[in-house]
Design a protein around this ligand. Structure first.
Ligand SMILES: NC(=O)c1ccc[n+]([C@@H]2O[C@H](COP(=O)([O-])OP(=O)(O)OC[C@H]3O[C@@H](n4cnc5c(N)ncnc54)[C@H](OP(=O)(O)O)[C@@H]3O)[C@@H](O)[C@H]2O)c1
Length: 356
């Protein structure tokens, strides 16, 4: 197998962060993108090579022709981009990693588990901050324990923003995941978006409100725990009553393909100002309740969430190239356990369990 690691969307925020983390691990990346100037600028930052591919279809053809060892896909929305890229990877038995963070995109990759097992390559989906930070705490708290009854995960990202446009990849993913969901009696069910607000006291003493935002974390937490009831929440979810009341109408509107693409194009061009990190750390958090009343809570403390989104795919790519993966489709901690987060700079804080 080739030792080359390709980063699709190599000019983006996540692509550049991944290339930097690969370089820190002594693994040069090949940045794949559709604009020669932007590619050149991005590659200078991490001494990466570049590959110009005017479209994702062109990138898929190059995967079939050049047969890299690992492809990291950072081009969202992943429901649209993952199928063609995974097909190309399957044809040449190359490993695949993506940053998907919505329920539909993770499910689509899980559906390719059997095909990946037959071919003998590995698919890792959800390899960004949100899924990995929360899933890792669930895996840690459930180690050696029976399946719990209830799980709630909360993600609290802190990240610096550079000045510029938000980009279609990010906006498309956010607008694609506006349906409210939770796991009830083991099944994915509709639920109110931005509900179940909780005021959390972080281990550093500061406080934050999280509310339900059913991203890929929801599925990852259920698969990691086997719990019958799962809720995923985020500090990025607005908890105000007005926004919650507007959500059903907004998500209905966003089901219209034309309206959604128009909104994505308009919002993607909005310029945002550079922003410092809002707090010292990013956090993944889980509260888990077992049928006998035992309750465990745990935290994963991290630095900048964007930096962690760079570190996780880089660390996974390194391990896959070293032959440490298993064929099939997984989320990061499901494949490599709770220690993966520690290899990416995370630290677990686990208060003593209580019985209620
Ligand atoms: N799971 C997580 O926790 C997590 C964390 C961070 C990000 N993400 C997800 O990762 C994705 C990327 O985020 P980001 O912040 O890195 O976005 P970004 O800075 O906008 O970068 C997107 C990259 O994709 C490329 N691209 C966009 N549309 C394309 C197309 N049609 N064909 C080929 N290339 C295309 C862009 O290339 P150009 O330079 O040519 O435009 C750019 O390189 C988003 O979907 C986001 O939701 C997930």
């Amino acid at each position: 197998m080739s030792a080359q690691i390709w980063v699709l969307g190599g000019t983006g925020r996540s692509g550049r962060a991944i290339a930097e983390q690969l370089a820190q691990r002594g693994l040069p990346a090949v940045l794949v993108g559709r604009d020669a100037n932007r590619l050149h600028t991005a590659a200078e930052q991490s001494a990466a090579e570049t590959l110009l591919a005017p479209s994702l279809a062109a990138a898929a053809s190059e995967i079939r022709r050049q047969r890299p060892g690992v492809v990291i896909n950072t081009v969202g929305p992943f429901t649209e981009t993952a199928p063609a890229v995974v097909d190309a990877c399957r044809d040449v038995r190359c490993h695949y990693i993506d940053l998907a963070n919505d329920v539909a995109a993770l499910s689509a990759v899980f559906d390719m588990h059997d095909a990946a097992t037959r071919v003998g390559h590995t698919l890792v989906t959800g390899a960004g901050f949100g899924v990995t930070a929360t899933e890792s705490v669930v895996v840690k708290l459930c180690e050696g324990r029976p399946a719990p009854l209830r799980v709630r995960v909360d993600m609290v990202p802190s990240l610096a923003m550079e000045e510029g446009t938000v980009g279609e990849a990010l906006i498309g993913t956010l607008l694609g995941g506006l349906e409210g969901h939770r796991i009830t009696e083991g099944r994915l069910t509709r639920a109110q978006m931005f509900g179940d607000a909780v005021r959390l006291t972080l281990p550093d003493g500061s406080q934050v409100t999280t509310a339900s935002m059913p991203l890929g974390e929801l599925l990852a937490a259920q698969r990691a725990s086997g719990a019958r009831h799962v809720l995923s929440a985020s500090s990025e979810a607005p908890s105000s009553f007005v926004i919650r009341a507007m959500m059903p109408a907004v998500s209905t509107l966003m089901r219209s393909e034309r309206l959604r693409s128009f909104t994505v194009r308009r919002l993607a061009r909005v310029r945002v100002k550079a922003r410092e990190r809002s707090r010292d750390h990013s956090w993944g958090h889980a509260t888990i309740i077992w049928a006998d009343g035992e309750t465990r809570e745990g935290w994963l403390r991290l630095g900048d969430a964007q930096e962690y989104t760079g570190a996780v795919p880089a660390e996974i790519a390194k391990r896959l190239l070293a032959g440490e993966g298993s064929p099939g489709a997984y989320t990061p901690a499901a494949l490599f356990g709770s220690a993966l987060a520690e290899s990416c700079g995370g630290e677990y804080l686990l208060p003593r369990p209580v019985r209620r």
